[in-house]
Design a protein around this ligand. Structure first.
Ligand code: PMP
Length: 410
């Protein structure tokens, strides 16, 4: 008999299975509100003009296909730092920073989990948000099996708002020194609710007081407000406390529309008032390279070329900023349109949260049964948790979606 005879099927990844069901649905009215990839007003993937222009300039027909260095493309690593932290922090804190190109945001999350467990820090707990991106729990269980996954309250479903008091209370009471905590830098997936600047200040104080190692997952810079600097505010605020040591998992999937190219970076900043900091940062960098070498050798070349071209040229960067406004502006407009339609229909309940949330997703507050009804009766697909990707809403289908929601909640 086979040594694999007791192996069971792994649970199919929820959103991807639902996506397959959507594709198989032949009804012409069908609407995809599942996966977080930007769509234009015709429900099509959008080619960012800045990215199209970068590819044209790169004359890719003549480019080579050699390996990247183990740390990744030096140009890409430099421009990704500049966009994330801003030139002032990079100039002042460069010696305390270790950066490595990764297999997008997922690769950065996995690498930092592995690094913390295997190299020195060995936190007792990783504190993840309840709710969060569905992959976070698995990433930690697979890559850092000796770190215990703990959940802190983040979102109050009944109030459709951040559960800030419960969050602070749980963290104050339960975090141990050197525990690690994960935050979303902006445009929280799936709730679309971020802490206010005042709440970020309080969280930074708590992390200082409890001596926590902080990880920011930055998968949506520029996708929340449309402004790269504003969306990096929380990260830069934490950096302004020299003794908070932190890592940032940076993804360019959404904000450059380079989903399949797997473009991202991991940045880790050590204590900024430690005279030995620059040596520690070098050791971190060297260990990150070593770990990633064992997993994937190095990150892929193509997407990082495109990203470097866009981020590294003033005129293309301006074009990119305008692309970010286009994407975030369309999503904001669709949020307003959906809320207005529901108000017009006098759909029971309050729908203000749809316009108050930011980024690609909305926790609609629809129940599992209502979501099932939407799919079976109206061919509208969203996650069973009620998370809808606002990218699938267009000026053509918004009133159909509103009428369907009205029917299932009435
Ligand atoms: N973090 C969050 C919060 C996400 O929503 C996603 C993508 N859905 C990722 C990380 C990872 O994306 P990628 O690996 O494409 O960068």
């Amino acid at each position: 008999t086979s040594r694999f005879s007791t192996l069971r099927l792994a649970q199919t990844n929820g959103p991807f299975a639902l996506e397959a069901a959507f594709r198989a649905d032949t009804d012409l009215r069908k609407v995809n509100l599942i996966i977080g990839a930007y769509r234009d007003d015709e429900e099509k993937p959008w080619h960012l003009p800045s990215v199209t222009e970068a590819k044209r300039r790169l004359e890719l027909g003549h480019s080579h296909h050699e390996y990247l260095p183990l740390q990744g493309s030096p140009k890409f690593v430099e421009v990704s730092k500049q966009v994330l932290f801003g030139p002032k922090i990079v100039q002042q804190q460069q010696p305390f920073l270790a950066s490595i190109q990764t297999v997008s945001g997922t690769g950065a999350n996995s690498l930092v989990a592995m690094f913390l467990e295997q190299k020195h820090l060995r936190p007792t707990n990783i504190w993840l948000l309840n709710l969060t991106w569905i992959n976070h729990g698995d990433i930690w269980k697979v890559n850092a099996p000796n770190v215990s996954v703990q959940w802190y309250p983040y979102y109050n479903d009944a109030k459709r708002a951040l559960d800030f008091d419960a969050m602070m209370e749980t963290l104050q009471r339960n975090c141990l020194e050197h525990d690690t905590i994960l935050f979303h830098a902006c445009a929280h997936n799936p709730t679309g609710r971020d802490p206010s600047q005042q709440q970020w200040r309080e969280l930074a104080h708590l992390c200082l007081k409890k001596r926590l190692f902080v990880i920011f997952d930055s998968a949506y810079q520029g996708c929340a407000s449309g402004d790269l600097d504003r969306d990096a505010w929380a990260i830069r605020h934490f950096v302004s406390h020299p003794s908070i040591e932190l890592a940032v998992c940076q993804s360019f999937s959404k904000n450059l529309g380079l989903y399949g190219e797997r473009v991202g970076a991991l940045h880790l900043m050590v204590h900024r008032s430690n005279p030995n900091g620059p040596n520690l940062a070098k050791a971190v960098q060297n260990n990150l390279i070593d770990l990633q070498r064992a997993c994937v050798s190095m990150a892929p070349l193509f997407g990082s070329r495109v990203a470097s071209e866009v981020l590294g040229n003033e005129d293309l960067q301006q074009m990119w900023k305008s692309d970010l406004s286009t994407m975030s502006g369309r999503i904001r407009a669709m949020r307003s349109a959906l809320r207005d339609e529901l108000l017009k229909l006098q759909t029971p309940g309050s729908w203000d949260h749809i316009t108050e949330q930011t980024g690609m997703f909305s926790c609609t507050g629809l129940s599992k049964e209502q979501v099932e009804d939407l799919q079976l009766k109206h061919h509208i697909y969203l996650l069973p948790t009620g998370r809808a990707s606002m990218c699938g809403v267009t000026s053509t289908n918004v009133s159909y979606i509103a009428r369907a929601i009205h029917e299932v909640v009435s």
